[in-house]
Design a protein around this ligand. Structure first.
Ligand code: TYM
Length: 335
């Protein structure tokens, strides 16, 4: 008899709150694709999270479908992984409530992303923005995920998910797998091309600061050429020179070369050469994604089929966890 081999599980998500960037690609989607053969993967479009900031409803609807198309276009195979839209699986909000009762106000107050976003959106510091990391913990713990591939900006949220899981397990007996963050060094934090002390972010109002996954080759080359650097004109992996360091990280993540190898490759050459090489490499990596995306978005029925099947499968697994949790906390369940 064949021994059934159980693969470890992965859960990750991105918010459909804007056009996805090179930061999302290198920090998340590219790794999601690389991990799909060795893990059982669940990749989610986090629309519930997206409404913590103001969204235009028709645009959110459109972006949810487009984000799913982009996942597939990045080489993630719908035959191998489960894709779903967060709001299609009601167990996320159900578990979030219970986990909220195992999360301390002080813990959420310490979340740097909450502090940062509430400063930037002072007119809309809603409760959802505050409890956001609890929903994110529910996303992960529902699937008993072992690993969560993300960029460095999500590290603190995953630490919190671990703390919540451990606390729940200690209070109610073993229930949740304790997840681990999976963060690659070279692509952990891709920075803005215009202000390399800040993260490249899809919500940046300055489009020159970001390379979008769907940018044309021309746009990519131009943005790389204009990227803010310094006057030293020596390509080096030196964090004290954030502009050039960022470009080295990007080139390194795209080519698989170490930062030292990149510095050696461009020794004695100016920034102009290096920026052109970063732009070309980036455009070459993203061209097939853009082509595949155009093909996929022309077939809405196919994408809807994937999201429906995915929601069904995700829901089946998520319900097992919710039932277990409801039983453990003492919610009455008639036979
Ligand atoms: P989001 O939508 O901001 O980003 C999606 C993924 O991209 C990574 N990322 C980056 N990585 C490197 N450099 C950057 N400049 C950069 N910008 C973004 C993010 O770290 C993330 O991995 N809260 C999450 C979405 C989420 C989630 C989850 C993630 C909801 N539930 C459960 C993991 C598990 C977010 O806002 O990602």
């Amino acid at each position: 008899m064949d021994a059934q081999v159980f693969k470890k599980r992965i859960l990750s998500a991105a918010q459909p709150s804007g056009n996805l960037t090179l930061g999302n690609y290198l920090g998340a989607l590219k790794n999601w694709a690389d991990l799909q053969k060795d893990f059982e993967c669940f990749y989610c479009v986090a629309d519930l999270h997206a409404i913590t900031l103001k969204q235009e409803p028709s645009l959110l609807r459109q972006r949810s479908l487009q984000t799913l198309a982009l996942y597939i276009a990045c080489g993630i195979d719908p035959q191998k992984v489960t894709f779903f839209i967060q709001s299609h699986v009601p167990q996320h909000t159900q578990l979030s409530w219970v986990l909220g009762c195992s999360t301390m106000f002080g813990e959420l107050s310490r979340m740097t992303q909450f502090k940062d976003k509430s400063q930037r959106h002072a007119d809309n510091i809603n409760v959802g923005l505050f409890t956001y990391p609890v929903l994110m913990a529910a996303d992960i713990l529902l699937y008993q995920a072992n690993l969560v591939p993300v960029g460095d900006d999500q590290r603190q949220h995953i630490e919190l998910a671990r703390d919540i899981a451990k606390r729940f397990n200690a209070n109610y007996s073993e229930t949740f797998t304790i997840p681990e963050a999976y963060i690659l060094k070279s692509s952990a934090r891709i920075m803005s091309l215009q202000d390399p002390t800040r993260k490249m972010s899809k919500s940046d109002p300055n489009p020159s600061a970001c390379i979008f996954i769907l940018d044309s080759k021309d746009e990519i080359l131009k943005k790389c050429k204009r990227a803010v650097t310094d006057s030293e004109a020596v390509v080096a992996a030196d964090p004290a020179r954030p502009g050039i360091y960022n470009l080295v990280q990007i080139y390194s993540a795209l080519t698989g070369k170490s930062a030292e190898e990149v510095a050696a490759e461009f020794a004695g050459r100016g920034y102009g050469d290096f920026k052109a090489a970063v732009g070309e490499t980036c455009a070459d990596a993203l061209a097939p994604v853009r082509e595949e995306y155009a093909r996929l978005t022309a077939d809405k029925a196919y994408l809807e089929e994937i999201m429906k099947n995915g929601a069904e499968k995700a829901s089946y697994i998520a319900q097992k966890t919710v039932s277990k949790v409801y039983r453990k906390v003492g919610f009455y369940q008639p036979r």
